[in-house]
Design a protein around this ligand. Structure first.
Ligand code: NAP
Length: 555
């Protein structure tokens, strides 16, 4: 296949063609570009943001930082990169992660192939030419053999549908779409709506500035202390020395792409005092690995209850007012069945005299007034509102693009009842369209960078394999997809995850089909499955060579 080597000017009637168009220049899109270019493919990346970084470009709210430790939330593909970059803290703050993304873009000279401030609006598969026609927000259309959606799982901020919001006279901020300039809430009465990870990180910071902070909580969440701290150079060096083992473990052994001990027993195998000691030790260590104290916390409700009770007790110890403590104790979902939160002083913040917790489950928000939030029972005057109301996760950013595959079918039509993919990588009826960390893959249940690297490597190997064999199209077979979708669903239902109304289930978006979207089988097992599929000549996919009529994917 030939491709024009470079982009000249910005002609609207374009004949520009590329081997691959990549949508998004976050961690997935940047590595995809680097890897494909290294194999000699011509690539164009479109990014709607004003710079690289994806979710870390948009999520600039106060207190934003990663909940995976920085030494592990980083690329492993370049030994030089991982040896030279110095993370300053155990959990990197958002500005530092964004600096890292920019460093990667510069270091690997990615920018010339990334077009910023440009949305992909439409992508249509041309069945005659076996190529994608991609239309962008600047009015251009380009042609590519492949399209890769690196659109991110948590990048489509969700505005709540609350009466009167548009008439609020103060400033309204969404945590997932935060302004670039520094926002100072000093002297202001601030209302935060939502108590997920974004609120749990931002509330303690906003509380230090605001004259008064009112937190509107619909559902209490489990949160574990981060115990964030500066990393010393000795700690960094010790970690780096072990990188080969750590990275291998994350990829090939772990369930979630994080290096930690593998639990060898269930919670009920220990007596009360031994179990409590283990939870205490993990609480003191802090972080996401709290859920891997035992091997059955995600599987067995009685086991899960022991961990949930422990955290509820901790909340009661930290929060002085018993009524507030009770409200902050989650009681409607198993611990870990919603993404567990990692915090710095979240619960203690409710001991401050300038912070009020409002339970909007029992006392719902009725409307937003120009200067207040009105609940059924009371009005709360606020000067600014922070919406920490989450995202249309995993499918939201894909759904915004008008993607048309074979026979004019749109991806949105196909996914009406929920996303359907084979391995989370492709969807039948959409040849040569790949998704990075899509629904049906471990994705948001894992250290995203581990999963991104695995998908990028697999896709690169795949298109290289096709090029070497003059194969023009590749498409998931319908029966392989059906089997995979059923497997993803079946595995999810062996766990406690579907018991929560989580964004994993699409439950946070009214009208969104409720199915468990990520694959819970674990990073290591999933990687092996993908490798086996490739080793068997891409089993479950139809591949069609140049000049052959494209076969309809067999079922
Ligand atoms: P989220 O977990 O979906 O939380 C949204 C919150 O807003 C929930 O408390 C929800 O209540 C509430 N809410 C939504 N609509 C509402 C409405 N109309 N009225 C009142 N309350 C409403 O969103 P998030 O906190 O942005 O986090 C999303 C995910 O992003 C996380 O789970 C995590 O994976 C990722 N994240 C990671 C980090 C990190 O790395 N540290 C930080 C932030 C986010 P209900 O629960 O009742 O629906």
């Amino acid at each position: 296949m030939s491709a024009l080597p470079s982009i000249a000017g910005s002609s609207r009637v374009t004949t520009q063609s590329y081997d691959v168009v990549v949508v998004g220049a976050g961690f997935a899109g940047m590595y995809m570009l680097h890897k494909l270019r290294g194999q000699g493919f011509s690539v164009r990346v479109y990014e709607q943001g004003g710079d690289v970084g994806g979710t870390w470009y948009w999520n600039r709210y106060p207190g934003a930082r990663c909940d995976v430790e920085s030494m592990q939330y980083s690329y492993s593909f370049s030994e030089e990169l991982q040896q030279e970059w110095d993370w300053s803290e155990r959990y990197a703050p958002q500005p530092e992660i964004l600096r890292y993304a920019n460093h990667v873009a510069d270091r690997f000279k990615l920018r010339p192939d990334i077009q910023l401030d440009t949305r992909v609006d439409r992508a249509q598969f041309d069945e005659g030419a076996n190529s994608w026609s991609v239309t962008t927000s600047d009015g251009n259309t380009v042609v590519a053999r492949y399209i890769v959606l690196a659109t991110g799982c948590l990048s489509n901020a969700r505005m709540p549908d609350i009466k009167g919001l548009a008439d609020f006279k103060g400033k309204v901020y969404h945590t997932g779409h935060w302004p670039h300039e520094r926002i100072d809430f000093t002297g202001q009465r601030v209302g935060v709506i939502g108590t997920g990870s974004s609120a749990i990180q931002s509330v303690p910071v906003i509380a230090e500035q605001a004259s008064h902070l009112t937190v509107f909580q619909r559902t209490a969440n489990f949160s574990i202390p981060a115990w964030n701290a500066a990393l010393t150079s000795e700690e960094r060096e010790a970690f780096r020395a072990k990188y080969p083992d750590i990275r291998r473990f994350a990829r090939e052994v772990s369930r979630n792409g994080i290096y930690t001990e593998v639990p060898d027993k269930g919670a009920l195998d220990d007596g009360d005092s031994e179990r409590r000691a283990r939870y205490e030790a993990r609480w003191s260590r802090g972080g996401l690995t709290f859920m891997s104290v035992y091997n059955n916390l995600a599987l067995d409700k009685a086991a899960n209850d022991t961990a949930a009770d422990f955290v509820r007790e901790k909340i009661a110890e930290i929060v002085k007012d018993p009524g507030t403590a009770r409200l902050l104790q989650p009681n409607n979902h198993p611990i870990g069945s919603k993404r567990i939160c990692i915090d710095t002083d979240y619960f203690a913040t409710f001991n401050r005299p300038n912070v009020t917790l409002v339970d909007i489950k029992s006392n719902p928000i009725v409307e937003i007034l120009p200067n207040a939030v009105r609940t059924r029972d009371k009005e709360y005057e606020v000067d600014a509102l922070v919406l920490a109301t989450g995202f249309d996760a995993m499918t939201g950013s894909v759904a915004k693009i008008d993607i048309r595959g074979c026979n004019g079918q749109t991806l949105n039509q196909k996914w009406t009842e929920g996303p359907k993919t084979y391995l989370g990588l492709m969807s039948a009826g959409f040849p040569n369209l790949f998704i990075i960390t899509g629904p049906g893959s471990p994705s948001v249940l894992s250290n995203m960078i581990v999963s991104i690297e695995q998908h990028v490597d697999w896709i690169t190997d795949c298109v290289t394999y096709m090029r070497e064999r003059d194969i023009e199209t590749m498409e998931a077979k319908q029966d392989a997809e059906d089997t995979w979708v059923a497997h993803v669903n079946e595995v999810a239902h062996t766990t406690l995850y579907p018991q929560a109304n989580s964004w994993y289930m699409g439950a946070n978006i009214p009208g969104k089909p409720q199915i468990f979207m990520p694959y819970i089988g674990g990073v290591a097992l999933y990687r092996q499955t993908c490798n086996d599929v490739a080793a068997k000549g891409y089993e479950g996919f139809t591949m069609t060579a140049v000049e052959q009529p494209r076969k309809v994917a067999a079922s």
